[in-house]
Design a protein around this ligand. Structure first.
Ligand code: SAM
Length: 274
């Protein structure tokens, strides 16, 4: 008999994956290798946890729902070494996790069918710890994955994609229909792979300034760059960075945003954004 008795909790985004085909596809995509430090966010009733544990022998999970902790431990007996962290994932320091597991400093690999209501905060939290993360495989709303992975010119190209792609390669892997979950969510889902870029490849000199340029540029996406960025820089600054001040944010590639932010950060102090 299953040790999981509590009904799914809507406020914790609990849509449990039940279709074996997609569980297998996720494990295949992660493809754990000996020595990998796997960390799953939101194990729920163990749909991905137990196959990963069986295959890899060792897994750390972060789960916020108290009712799931004991059943997870019970059901994992005999499958491998499961470490359960009962915490809000947004309060977990991935850097510490990567250096604290008794194996010395290293990187973790994140996996998760994420609670959709807090998926963007989780993504930005992971980005903050990008140096500690080797890669991430996440199930998210398909609409969010489309925004994360698309390039300029797409209707859904925006702040999320430009922020994530500045720091990671983002690959949409496969779609998952609502019927694959219990209870089914109202939206389609997709699995995405994010691989953080080495710091030298990121090439952003002032991260806060990059984030500000991107935020303002897409704050009013119909405006020209000159108008949208009026609090950050002048039209002449934009031109000096090789961009057209009358272009719109949705036409600007990630590399161009980086170039603009780096150009602004190198201006003399009296011309630099306040
Ligand atoms: N991995 C399971 C599966 O695929 O069936 C469950 C996925 S369910 C979409 C999301 C899981 O994240 C739930 O188990 C939920 O309790 C957990 N969760 C929600 N908010 C969380 C948070 N802030 N920190 C950690 N886990 C959280």
């Amino acid at each position: 008999m299953s040790p999981f008795k509590a009904p799914p909790k809507k406020n914790l985004g609990q849509h449990f994956l039940t279709d074996r085909r997609f569980i297998d596809l996720i494990v295949l995509a992660v493809d754990p290798q000996p020595g990998d430090r796997l960390v799953e966010i939101g194990p729920g009733q163990g749909a991905i946890t137990f196959p990963l544990l069986r295959r890899h022998g060792e897994l750390t999970v972060i789960e916020f729902d108290r009712d799931l902790i004991t059943p997870l431990m019970e059901a994992s007996e005999g499958l491998g070494r499961l470490t359960v962290i009962h915490k809000d994932v947004l309060q977990v320091d991935f850097g510490k996790l990567a250096s604290d597991d008794g194996h010395g400093a290293g990187q973790i690999r994140l996996v998760g069918n994420l609670p959709y209501n807090i998926s963007s905060p989780i993504l930005f939290h992971a980005l903050e710890h990008a140096a500690a993360v080797r890669d991430m495989h996440f199930m998210l709303q398909k609409e969010v994955v489309d925004r994360m992975a698309c390039g300029p010119g797409s209707k859904v190209y925006g702040r999320l994609g430009v922020m994530l792609q500045a720091y990671c390669t983002v690959t949409s892997l496969f779609d998952v229909p609502p019927e694959a979950f219990r209870p089914p969510p109202k939206v389609d889902s997709a699995v995405v792979r994010l691989v953080p870029l080495p710091a030298a490849e990121v090439g952003i000199h002032d991260h806060a300034l990059y984030a500000r340029v991107v935020r303002d540029a897409f704050g009013q996406r119909r405006k020209t760059l000159r108008n949208a960025l009026s609090q950050v820089c002048s039209g002449a600054d934009i031109e000096e960075a090789g961009l057209r001040p009358d272009a719109r944010a949705e036409q600007i590639a990630v590399a161009e945003f980086k170039h603009l932010a780096n150009h602004l950060s190198a201006l003399p102090p009296d011309r630099r954004p306040a």
